[in-house]
Structure formats: C-alpha cells, structure tokens
Design a protein around this ligand. Sequence first.
Ligand SMILES: NC(=O)c1ccc[n+]([C@@H]2O[C@H](COP(=O)([O-])OP(=O)(O)OC[C@H]3O[C@@H](n4cnc5c(N)ncnc54)[C@H](OP(=O)(O)O)[C@@H]3O)[C@@H](O)[C@H]2O)c1
Length: 262
Amino acid sequence: MTTVENGTGKQEFAGKRALVTGGSRGIGAAVVRQLLDAGAEVLTTARSATSTVPEGAAFVEADVRTRAGAEALAAVARETFGGVDVLVHNAGGARPYEGSSAIPDEAWQDALDLNYLAAVRLDSLLTPGMRERRSGAVVHVSSAAVLTPAGPFLHYGPAKAALENYSRGLALELAPCGVRVNAVAPGRVATPGGEATRERWAEVTARMGAAQAESNPDDAPPLGRDGRPDDIANAVLFLASDRAGWLTGRRLVLDGGEFPMG
Ligand SMILES: NC(=O)c1ccc[n+]([C@@H]2O[C@H](COP(=O)([O-])OP(=O)(O)OC[C@H]3O[C@@H](n4cnc5c(N)ncnc54)[C@H](OP(=O)(O)O)[C@@H]3O)[C@@H](O)[C@H]2O)c1
C-alpha cells in the first residue's frame, strides 16, 4: 500500500469521508484505492458488486440513474458516515450509435440520467451537509468528448457538457459556503468500459463509412499511450484535497495532449 502524506506526517485524507460512484472497476476503482491509501473512509457503489471493488471500501449496490437510487445511496452514506466530505461522481458512459438519428429516445434519456442528472440529484442530497459544515469537495467526472462532438456519441457528449456547465454554476453557488466543485475531463483511458466502448465505436464507424467518421478511435494521443485509471485518479485526489483549496469551478482535461483546446 502507498501511504500518501501531506508533509506533516499525517495521511492527506485522514478523517475524511468519501463517496465515489462507479467504484467497482476502471477510473472509479482507482479513485477509491487512492483515497483509501491516503487515509479516507470510502463508500462506493455500482449496480452490482464485483471482486474488483477495492478492499477496505464499503460497498452498496445502487443504480444512480434514478432519483430513488440517489436517495437510497445518500441514506446509506449518512448511516455509514454521518455525512460526506468528498463526493466523486464517476459512474458514466454510453454506447455509440450510427449517428444522431439512430439514437433512440431511451438512450438520450439514459445518457442524461447517468452522466448528468445522477450528479445533480446526489449533489442536491449531500451538499447541504457540506454547506452546514462549511467544508467539502465535489469532483464530477466529465469527458474530453465535450471538446469534439462525435456523431456516434451525440447523446453522451452533450450530457457531459451539461454536467460541466452545471458544475461551474454549483461551484459559484457553494463557494461562499466553503465547498469547492470541480470537474475532470478524461481522454482515452484504458478501462473495461472505455475499451468496450472503443471496440463498438470502431464497428459503428466502419458501418458509417470513413467519410462520416469524425475522429479515429485508434489514434494514439501525443504522449504515446492511452491514459491509465491512476492518471485520472491522481487529478481527482488533487482536486478533492486541501492542496486545491483555492480552486473551484474548473474543468481539468487529462488527455495525453490529444485535444489542442483543452
Ligand atoms: N475510459 C475512458 O476512456 C473515459 C473517457 C472519458 C470519460 N470517461 C468517464 O469516466 C467515468 C468512468 O469511466 P470508466 O471508463 O472507468 O467506466 P467503466 O469501466 O465502465 O466503469 C464504470 C463504473 O460505473 C458503474 N456504473 C455504471 N452505470 C452505473 C449506474 N447506473 N449506477 C451505478 N453505477 C454505475 C459501473 O458498475 P456497474 O456497471 O456494475 O453498474 C462501474 O463501476 C465515466 O463517467 C466515463 O464517462 C471515461
């Protein structure tokens, strides 16, 4: 286990209570592991438990796409910890379709529920406690897809864009209360969900034909490799830590240099 200290000999997140959505694999599992290593108590969630939920984390099955799921999760967080100091909205994603008109209504709604409204609902339930304590940090996991709208993902990118716009607004609302809100926008990260999505994306792109393919999921970013879950978790922990105490309402793009306007 790596011990993360804050220069005073104390673990950086000692005494902090964290809730991370989607911590059973991929980026979420890396965030959970790093928070545990840094001394936090961590509750995480997914729709089903797996052997890849990091050891030491409390786990509850919940579907964050619904108001009922968010309420059940917030209730467990309050029962388990009394409240949360760090809230990381990581659960997200969407499968690609062959262009905007091929995306069914349910998929548009599902993308909004999972990538945007899940965060809105959980924040509305758990940030009032942070506001009362005049301390807390929220991190929303967005996507570099907001920088390059792509036909197969026109339900996903706009949902993440909404998340970022909301994130900035919530940051301004909560700043006077001592609560910080930031976002990270990963590029291509090697995770189970990311790999499966890119495989389907390549199939969809082939069916759409090269002329309609806005970007090639096979291109490597300038730094020469895809991201690792820990690359994103490093940034999430920074934003959630006191080291980022003068940072709110921002979006950090982590993409290996892929997007010029990040
Ligand atoms: N990997 C990338 O290349 C990439 C790039 C840009 C942005 N992102 C963003 O980064 C975040 C994490 O991505 P990832 O690649 O690590 O994904 P992943 O490997 O698919 O893992 C997603 C996690 O979220 C959980 N989850 C999914 N739907 C859920 C729901 N309705 N309720 C509760 N939990 C749910 C999954 O567990 P269950 O399926 O069991 O529920 C799993 O624990 C997402 O927001 C994604 O949009 C990823």
